[in-house]
Design a protein around this ligand. Structure first.
Ligand SMILES: [Zn+2]
Length: 105
């Protein structure tokens, strides 16, 4: 069962965040999440694939190991997230616990 959780600042509780990308040759993109309200370090994501709301044919960039197309799959997965969020709302548990629960053997 899918669960939804917003990233919350551990210092001030805000859900307003900034995504700071670190991109290095041959490495997966890394995103540091910074609180837009108080500037605290919130989280670090290492991406297996980056997809944005920019069709690849418009950007004229090749699909690479770490870049995914903004295709029907990307759009439908986002719509599913919106549906779960509207129906069930946010799950108020630590993201670490939600990830652990979802990956129990
Ligand atoms: Zn904050």
């Amino acid at each position: 069962m899918a669960k939804i959780r917003f990233e919350h600042c551990p210092v001030c509780g805000s859900v307003h965040t900034e995504n700071i990308f670190l991109i290095e040759a041959g490495k997966p993109p890394v995103v540091f999440i910074r609180c837009a309200e108080c500037g605290a370090f919130v989280a670090k994501y290492v991406l297996s694939k980056y997809t944005s709301n920019k069709p690849a044919d418009l950007l004229d960039i090749p699909q690479t190991q770490f870049v995914g197309a903004f295709d029907d799959d990307a759009k439908s997965s986002y719509e599913e997230v919106q549906k779960v969020l509207n129906e069930k709302g946010e799950e108020f548990k630590l993201i670490e616990n939600l990830i652990a629960e979802a990956n129990k053997k």
